[in-house]
Design a protein around this ligand. Sequence first.
Ligand SMILES: *[C@@H]1O[C@H](CO)[C@@H](O)[C@H](O)[C@H]1NC(C)=O
Ligand SMILES: *[C@@H]1O[C@H](CO)[C@@H](O)[C@H](O)[C@H]1NC(C)=O
Ligand SMILES: *[C@@H]1O[C@H](CO)[C@@H](O)[C@H](O)[C@H]1NC(C)=O
Ligand SMILES: *[C@@H]1O[C@H](CO)[C@@H](O)[C@H](O)[C@H]1NC(C)=O
Length: 357
Amino acid sequence: MLSVILIPALLAAEVFAVAFPNEGARLKSRQFDNRDPYKNWPSYGDLPLDASYPMKAAWGVWGADDVNGALNHITDETRRQAASEIQTGEAFNLNLELSFIPYPLLPERRPLVHTFQPGAGYTDDVITLNTQMSTQYDGLRHFAYSVNGNSSTYQYYNDLIPDYDHVIGHNYTSVLGIQQAAEKAIVARGVLLDYKAWMDDQNRTFDPFTELLVPSADLQKVAEWQGLPSNFSRPGDILIVRFGWTAAFSKLNEAQKQELVLGPGTYIGVKADDASAEWLWNQKLALVGSDNPGFESLPLTVTDHHVGWGQSILEFIDCEKLAPALHAKGRSTFFLTIQPINKIGGIASPPNAMAVI
Ligand SMILES: *[C@@H]1O[C@H](CO)[C@@H](O)[C@H](O)[C@H]1NC(C)=O
Ligand SMILES: *[C@@H]1O[C@H](CO)[C@@H](O)[C@H](O)[C@H]1NC(C)=O
Ligand SMILES: *[C@@H]1O[C@H](CO)[C@@H](O)[C@H](O)[C@H]1NC(C)=O
Ligand SMILES: *[C@@H]1O[C@H](CO)[C@@H](O)[C@H](O)[C@H]1NC(C)=O
């Protein structure tokens, strides 16, 4: 049983001070030492550290004022070890073209607008995009924990944002903004689990545009099918699941894409249950991602989310060139860099994701 100890705020004190000059640490927090961050590491059953926190939130696990959440799993050692994944030097862009989803999957999301601004001897361009419309990195201000979806109940990682007005209001704060992820310098080992290839190998067909809930037990089977040990991940890894969603979407004609958007919004993804959450928690992943619209299957209910982990998600990752290259070499892991845009207070970003094998 984890002993929960109140400690003074030592980490990210400056950020906290800027956002809330009159408040000190309010959360109960795990006591830890940066030299041995997994000492006193809470098991999934130990979450949350205090009964007053949202269901299964990891508030306080990295300190009361921490703004990086699961990205803390990435250390200098993670980056150094990731470099050994570069063997042939082949590199892969994992970002879809920004207009890959030409029709918004949610009607309120406006399509990208790209305009040119000619100058005297030069040309500028202006891109206005909803960051949810192509490959993306969802930061810690994107999805709130909420008991009912009403913004008056929104709660964010480590309770660092007092209310929704501080996210989008006139006086919005920068805390938990995408600039934190940009500053982190995300370099890690990527692990690809190819669910689509596993299903194909068994001659099992499925429609990725249906609500297909993939249990974590199946992802574990995919790992074993790929020849990985059962404890295949190590702290700081970035897990990418290929469901075959983007490949299937690419094959649709314009009429079918439009029809899909008007449809029920049901898509394949990880089953959002306790077993999946525990499986992910145990792996100490810095990020999770996939090639579908949400890492989890859609639709989901607001309470499905364990966003209280400070766990960012990569969506619409393009693995169509990377996956066959890895399979050809009998590999599942690769060197991965992610560079979100450095926009203070930003919600999400193109991930500028690149794999080298
Ligand atoms: C959200 O909650 C607030 C405060 O309880 C309430 O005034 C408002 O009507 C709610 N909005 C919706 C759409 O239910
Ligand atoms: C926002 O900031 C302005 C200027 O500092 C202040 O007058 C106003 O009361 C603030 N509004 C809220 C909702 O905090
Ligand atoms: C899948 O189909 C192929 C071609 O018909 C066949 O050779 C293979 O044995 C099948 N695999 C399984 C697992 O049924
Ligand atoms: C996985 O388990 C094996 C066998 O118990 C062990 O030797 C190995 O160190 C473990 N690997 C990791 C990354 O924990």
